[in-house]
Design a protein around this ligand. Structure first.
Ligand SMILES: Nc1nc2c(ncn2[C@@H]2O[C@H](COP(=O)(O)OP(=O)(O)OP(=O)(O)O)[C@@H](O)[C@H]2O)c(=O)[nH]1
Ligand SMILES: [Mg+2]
Length: 496
């Protein structure tokens, strides 16, 4: 008697199709079994990948997605470094040597900027009265007509132009050079070093230039550290270009110091005829350490090192909260105008935004649009963020940053109302200035706050490591807010 099941299997067209041919040789059988085994392995791998994907998705539901937004140079990447320092110190440690290339690039660029501004100096006798140089610089300084902020788009009463150079404080005393080497001499001796600037820029950016960026600006994508080959402290890994620059710096220490301390340079910087990047002073003041043999960047160097972010860089930290680990995804974005389009895809599932605004920048204009005052741009950008429908439910924290630079500028007598006309005759003092700018940001928020969300505002200096241990950088309520993002369920306003 035939068993029904075997009749079925014999008649099943699929089984028939899969059955090896009766004429199958041993070699063919071996090959077939191998192929079947490989197919099984691939199928199991796909199942495992799907399982892991499901697991990740389930787990990531409790993750926190935090965007760092703000204009270029506002301090977003510096803030990200502070997070890294706090939650992933080992990763910062592993990339410490990569920052050597950035610091060297910042130093070389600063020296080149000083020498370029003094370009006409070579033509005159170094012993002559330097007023002539100042006069020439005044003639060539960016004139107001080049930097007109459009009144229609201005959110704050910014000056239609920076104040006239003649309004700038006159030199305190006549400049006498002629002691020590001449600037022409220093330029000649520092030429091999300044010539390395484009190569260092290339090394950092991987040869990528960004449309509309200034000559010599370097944009980097996340993972740039791998390109500098200096991840470890090991000499074997060292980059020959960076080593050459290190040797040149070491040998040029005296010239760099002489240039930096040259009375003409000092005076022109004091009178804002030479406009250096904000971080130049930090590095040049400490050139003996930085140009020394076996230089290893200290944490303060890493926080002050400047390199522009391109696109969006994700940084992941596991944060321990009351014994439970929450994964934070920090998205650090490029803030220049040409980079802002890349932010939008990250708006959809963001939980919170830290908007960083450099309130020291009242006298500065955008690199990418020299007609726009930086504070004005920051307010416009904040308006766009507050009113964006995709971000309606996202928690907002505002960092009014670079308060240390603001204090220095006010102490040096720089007048806010020269640049921000609407500031009028208010006191040119820190408290008053901060209060004025904060009021403008709060007003933007109030006008774009259908969902009645809370805005946490903080005065910060994110290069300050002492303040950053979530003591003064984040006040207690922001600290609690940031730590309350344990899961999407916790994101109701009532938990704030
Ligand atoms: N003194 C001082 N310097 C700061 C502060 N915050 C940032 N900086 C410096 O300003 C420069 C620019 O900071 P970044 O963090 O690179 O700026 P960013 O917002 O990431 O800029 P993009 O990547 O171009 O959008 C760096 O040299 C920082 O060290 C601050 O509070 N005080
Ligand atoms: Mg950045």
């Amino acid at each position: 008697m035939m068993r029904t099941s075997s009749i079925r299997s014999q008649e099943d067209p699929l089984s028939l199709a899969l059955r090896p041919p009766v004429t199958e040789t041993d070699a063919e059988k071996h090959m077939r079994l191998q192929q079947e085994s490989e197919a099984r392995r691939i199928s199991e791998q796909i199942d495992e990948d799907l399982r892991q994907e499901r697991e990740k998705l389930k787990k990531s539901k409790g993750d926190v997605k935090l965007l760092l937004l703000g204009q270029a140079e506002s301090g977003k990447s510096t803030l990200q470094k502070q997070f890294q320092l706090m939650y992933s110190p080992a990763s910062l440690e592993s990339e410490r040597m990569s920052w050597r290339t950035v610091v060297y690039f910042n130093v070389v660029r600063s020296i080149r900027q000083i020498l370029s501004t003094l370009e006409s100096w070579d033509d005159v006798d170094d012993g002559s009265d330097a007023h002539s140089t100042i006069d020439r610089l005044e003639d060539t300084e960016d004139l107001p007509s080049k930097r007109r902020s459009s009144p229609a788009s201005s959110q704050i009463g910014v000056a239609l132009s920076p104040p006239s150079p003649t309004n700038v404080q006159a030199p305190g005393s006549p400049i006498k050079s002629g002691h020590g080497p001449s600037i022409a001499d220093l330029r000649r001796r520092l030429l091999p070093l300044t010539n390395t600037e484009p190569q260092l820029a290339d090394r950092l950016s991987g040869g990528v230039t960004v449309a509309g960026s200034k000559k010599g600006e370097v944009f980097v994508r996340s993972g740039w550290q791998a390109r500098t080959k200096e991840k470890a402290l090991s000499v074997i890994d060292a980059d020959p270009l960076v080593d050459d620059v290190a040797t040149m710096l070491d040998q040029s220490q005296d010239e760099i110091k002489a240039l930096w301390e040259h009375p003409t340079v000092k005076s022109l910087i004091a009178n804002r005829k030479i406009k250096l990047d904000e971080w130049s002073e930090f590095f040049l003041n400490d050139i003996t350490r930085i140009a020394g043999r076996n230089y290893v960047p200290i944490t303060d160097d890493i926080l002050h090192a400047r390199i522009q972010t391109m696109g969006v860089a994700e940084h992941i930290f596991d944060v321990d909260i009351h014994g439970k680990t929450v994964t934070w995804h920090l998205f650090d974005v490029g803030g220049a105008r040409g980079q802002r389009h890349s932010w939008v895809p990250y708006f959809d599932d963001a939980n919170a935004i830290i908007f960083v605004s450099p309130i020291s920048a009242f006298d500065q204009y955008l690199e990418e649009d020299p007609r726009t005052n930086r504070i004005d741009d920051s307010l416009q950008l904040f308006t766009q963020i507050c009113s964006n429908p995709l971000l309606k439910r996202v928690h907002l924290v505002l960092f009014l940053n670079k308060t240390d630079i603001l204090k220095k500028k006010l102490d040096s007598g720089l007048s806010v109302s020269k640049y921000i006309l609407s500031y009028g005759d208010r006191a040119n003092e820190y408290e008053s200035v901060v209060q004025y700018f904060r009021a403008h940001f709060l007003q933007v928020h109030r006008r774009n706050n259908e969902n009645r969300r809370v805005l946490y505002t903080h005065l910060t200096s994110v290069v300050d490591t002492k303040a950053t241990q979530f003591g003064t950088l984040f006040s207690e309520d922001t600290y609690n807010l940031l730590h309350s993002f344990e899961s999407l369920n916790n994101l109701s306003v009532c938990c704030l």
